[in-house]
Design a protein. Structure first.
Length: 264
């Protein structure tokens, strides 16, 4: 089980052995589909996630992955619950909670939950090095040189961004535990955030400076270079992509049938 958000878990499951390009394309297609589905489709898509979760042989702490955005999800749900007009079933301080707002809030929150879970499954079964190689190969046909950036630059930035999320999360917990050991104790919410934000920013800048110095010392230029991982699409990768396209079409037809008249 990964200890931190968006962490990689080494393994030898079916999802681990898939080409990173296959997993990236499948995740992007599923992400597009998530914003098209209604509640019934989201439930079916969650069932698909549970099947993939079982095949991955990793144990992702699903509730822990949602913890960083839990306040945001609660705010969205409450906002939809009380501000969408419809049939009221509860009144609180002059605000009416409607059944339409309740189901709309569930739909929006369900979308974010599925996005986070599929992204966690992707990062848990794909190492940062394979992730960078897959992103670079997907972006290589694009005319990035016209804009003064190469596919290697974009892949490196995206890989570092994904890799640094669990690192910063771990560093934040270390800062919090260090402050408790020094007797700082639990403070008020605003002052507590300030006491954590300042050392976190200093540590993040110091970490980025170390990374940039390491890349410069290795003469990184963002140009084409050979890779340690030679990616090759196997028959299972093509089968998975075909299955994802079939599911995409099936769920898309379902969304057209079940999608309500109102949109976000």
């Amino acid at each position: 089980m990964p200890d931190y958000f968006l962490s990689f878990v080494p393994g030898d499951s079916f999802l681990h052995r898939l080409d990173p390009r296959t997993k990236l394309i499948a995740t992007m297609l599923i992400s597009i589909l998530i914003f098209r589905l209604h509640i019934t489709g989201l439930v079916l898509l969650f069932a698909l996630f549970m099947v993939l979760y079982y095949l991955s042989s990793v144990r992702i702490a699903m509730l822990r992955n949602l913890h960083p955005i839990a306040p945001f999800l609660i705010f969205i749900f409450i906002f939809q619950l009380f501000l969408i007009p419809g049939n009221s079933f509860m009144d609180i301080y002059g605000f009416s909670a409607t059944s339409e707002g309740f189901f709309e809030g569930l739909r929006i929150v369900g979308r974010f939950v599925l996005l986070i879970q599929f992204a966690s499954l992707l990062t848990a079964t794909t190492s940062p090095a394979h992730m960078a190689a897959g992103i670079e190969r997907l972006l290589r046909p694009l005319p990035g040189k016209v804009l003064g950036v190469t596919s290697f630059d974009i892949a490196t930035m995206m890989s570092l961004s994904i890799h640094l999320v669990p690192v910063l999360n771990r560093f934040l917990k270390e800062v919090y535990q260090a402050q408790l050991c020094r007797g700082l104790g639990r403070q008020k919410r605003i002052s507590g955030l300030v006491s954590l934000a300042i050392p976190l920013l200093r540590g993040a800048f110091r970490m980025m400076d170390d990374i940039s110095m390491g890349m410069e010392s290795r003469c990184y230029q963002g140009n084409y270079r050979t890779s340690l991982f030679e990616l090759k699409m196997e028959k299972y990768d093509w089968m998975v992509l075909m299955l994802v396209f079939v599911l995409l079409l099936a769920f898309w037809d379902l969304s057209i049938t079940l999608l309500p008249s109102y949109q976000i």
